[in-house]
Design a protein around this ligand. Structure first.
Ligand SMILES: [Zn+2]
Length: 70
């Protein structure tokens, strides 16, 4: 796999990921991803995307009581 930006080599690694949701923010320190050796650009595979989406769905549910008044 080649980097979309610089054509560098993508290797398995981890990358931080920030999400802004309605009423809260999430910061993941180390999400499994393909990371470019050259420029550091990260690309999530579908498994990582699923994990993030599942986590956010759960958070949306669990934090509803803290957001409903906002
Ligand atoms: Zn790159």
């Amino acid at each position: 796999m080649k980097c979309f930006y610089c054509q560098g080599k993508m290797v398995r690694g981890v990358t931080p990921f920030d999400v802004t949701r309605r009423g809260y923010h999430v910061h993941f320190d180390a999400v499994p991803a393909w990371v470019c050796e050259q420029c550091g650009e990260a690309l999530f595979d579908s498994q990582a995307v699923d994990l993030i989406e599942h986590s956010l769905d759960t958070l949306d549910e669990q934090t509803y009581q803290m957001r409903v008044a906002a």
